[in-house]
Design a protein. Structure first.
Length: 397
């Protein structure tokens, strides 16, 4: 009889795992807490490992948005812009898109009438998990019908993100696994290009403990990301969010930054959250396995979370196919293959954070110096362009 898995979460990790499981001959059911599938989302870049995993998973409809004609600009303290090193200049040829592009391509495959079609139940979440020797019993709550029922599976995949319910039910409370980075993020799409910038231009304005990023993309308006350090994380979730952010970025008095903050006031598609990493010694028990942010959240500073979520799903299918009658061996092999990659990128995230948002004044100075040198050395940035860019650009030009 076909083995049956419950996947909790219809994000990148959950849908990737569904394709992997289908490929290994399993039946998969996805439950998603939200009442429908989300779209849109913030900028993400996929590293080559992620593009390879996307290929493995057959994501032939994946829409990419590399800004062919854009320049990344950095605002200095006086509000002058200079060419800068952006996400897409990172070594390893990243590819730009928004999270919704990855999810749309995954959905094309796993939607009930898709090539790797699975059953998807919205407004449904697990409230209890009990593992036995031969199966795992899950109590599922359907919020739309206000009903609970018990169902039996061979495997539960917890792909329910940073604050995973599956992790809490099967492994323990969040505090045991979530490390706090004393930083906040606010990511949202802009309604249009930044005034006085090109349609595909990107922008960064970074000071000690806070940064504004705008990511220019092909085929759509840019997305914005505000990030700042905060000692009292709980307090950040109280009061008016826009006013709080206006106060944090008060001294970055530039039309582009004001434009971003005005757009924040009008947006409905906004992710505002604290920054954490999830650190666990083990990602699986007998019949429960965690994947994606639920298992290893690398966080936004790493820029590798989507890549890792795709790779995790593709690899899960591979190990299950390699160990058809031995779940324990399959899950052990899966962890063994993924852990070195995850550990490396969890460590690198601290370093990347300094480039993304320098945490202190000294790192802000070092960052600025290193970036000036990097921009100078980067191929494709000519001396004439640098000189031109070094001249102040008046506001509104
Ligand atoms: C601002 C920002 C920028 C980023 N930039 C990049 C980047 O450039 N490159 C990159 O590779 N990564 C990036 N990442 C990371 C990447 O977005 C995540 O690592 C990835 O999306 C995680 O996917 P996931 O499926 O594990 O979790 P999620 O995307 O969190 O999905 C979890 C799903 O589970 C559902 N769910 C939650 N709880 C339950 C429950 N109890 N029951 C049922 N369903 C539930 C949620 O509704 C959601 O649909 C960025 C992240 C952020 C926040």
């Amino acid at each position: 009889m076909q083995k049956r898995a419950l996947i909790v979460g219809l994000g990148v990790a959950g849908m990737s795992a569904a394709i992997g499981l289908r490929r290994a001959g399993w039946t998969a059911v996805i439950v998603e807490r939200a009442p429908g599938r989300r779209t849109g989302g913030y900028f993400v870049n996929l590293m080559p490992e992620g593009m390879r995993a996307a290929q493995d998973l057959g994501l032939d409809t994946l829409h990419t948005r590399d800004p062919e004609r854009g320049t990344t600009w950095e605002l200095n303290r006086r509000g002058h812009r200079r060419p800068a090193v952006g996400w897409l200049d990172l070594p390893g040829r990243p590819t730009a898109m928004v999270r919704g592009d990855v999810e749309a391509a995954l959905w094309q495959r796993i939607r009930p009438d898709g090539e790797d079609g699975v059953e998807v139940r919205f407004a449904t979440a697990p409230v209890g998990i009990a593992e036995g020797d031969t199966s795992v019993e899950v109590v599922l709550e359907d919020a739309s019908a206000g009903r609970r029922h018990r169902e039996s599976f061979d495997l539960v995949v917890g792909a329910d993100g940073l604050r995973s319910t599956v992790r809490r039910l099967a492994f323990g409370p969040d505090e045991r696994f979530m490390t706090t980075w004393n930083a906040m993020i606010c990511a949202f799409p802009l309604p249009g290009r930044l005034p006085s910038f090109g349609a595909q231009d990107s922008l960064v304005s970074a000071r000690a403990g806070r940064a504004v990023w705008v990511f220019g993309l092909a085929d759509r308006a840019p997305t914005a990301l505000l990030t700042y350090r905060a000692k009292d994380i709980g307090a950040q979730f109280t009061g008016n969010r826009t006013e709080r952010l206006r106060a944090v970025f008060d001294d970055m008095d530039h039309p582009a930054v004001r434009h971003v903050l005005d757009a924040l006031a009008g947006t409905t598609d906004c992710l505002f959250d604290s920054v954490h990493q999830v650190r666990m010694d083990r990602w699986h028990t007998g019949r429960v396995v965690l994947a994606g942010d639920a298992a290893w959240c690398l966080n936004l500073f790493s820029g590798m979370g989507t890549t890792a979520a795709l790779a995790g799903g593709a690899e899960l299918g591979r190990v299950l196919a390699e160990h058809p009658g031995d779940l324990a061996a399959a899950l052990t092999a899966w962890e063994g293959r993924l852990r070195p990659f995850v550990t490396t990128h969890q460590r690198l995230a601290r370093l990347k954070q300094q480039w993304f948002m320098p945490t202190h004044r000294v790192s802000a100075v070092v960052r600025a110096l290193v970036l000036r040198l990097a921009v100078g050395a980067r191929s494709g940035v000519t001396e004439a362009r640098l000189l031109r860019a070094a001249a102040p650009v008046p506001d509104g030009a």
